[in-house]
Design a protein around this ligand. Sequence first.
Ligand code: BTN
Length: 256
Amino acid sequence: RHGLQTQCVGREIHFEEVLDSTNNVAKRLAAAGAADGTIVVAEQQTGGKGRLERRFFSPAGKGIWFSVILRPPFMPQEAPKCTLLAAVAVAKAMERFGLPAGIKWPNDLLYENRKLVGILTEMSAEMDRINHIVIGIGINVNILPQEFPAEIRKTATSLQAVNGGKPVPRVKFFQAVLEALDALYAEVATQGFALVLAAWRKYTITLRQEVRVIGVRDGEEYTGIAADIDEDGALLVDAADGRHRVLAGDVSIRPK
Ligand code: BTN
């Protein structure tokens, strides 16, 4: 366990060299009763999944591809905030390593408009309670620009690139992410999400920007100014026809 200092996150670790998708494996383990905080880690994913049915590039030995199973005692409406929590955890780890990054709503981490980290949350819930949440986190650690597939070469980057070409120690960075996740998860259990939302506001690059919103469900498209997030983690966008409330996972947003 490399001296991992956590209470809950990573208390059980499932590691494999190759998996199709750590989210898929985590969902199976969760359905079979895996404990709160269990993580699934792969050195390589052959079918890494992104949001909106996209694929996620996950080559061997160069990134951190993992999923964490959470069983929080909240209502399903609180789940989007767990995704914001995960983005804040990675942003805090980056800060500890002196690496700059900003969170694009809801949860990508970007540097100079290129993606460093993607997060995919999948939930199983009943009416009034979360059964489990699987938060999948993909971190491009030591990938050189020319190693990205051509389709994402202009839109992706890595910690190594942000670090001026110097490789970033993968296991140490992973530990820092797990410790940050663990600390934030413990914090919300006792104090709620207020501090997570405040930290998210500190790390985000989306607020006060002009954004283009495309509703995934209704295909509605509009442009507005991202004013704030509300207590549910929804993005508040001021458009010509008034204020829209955009829920996590409902839209894709890109700077104009
Ligand atoms: C996105 O950028 O749209 C989200 C990407 C999420 C990628 C991670 S890698 C670990 C986990 N397993 C997956 O199949 N996807 C997530």
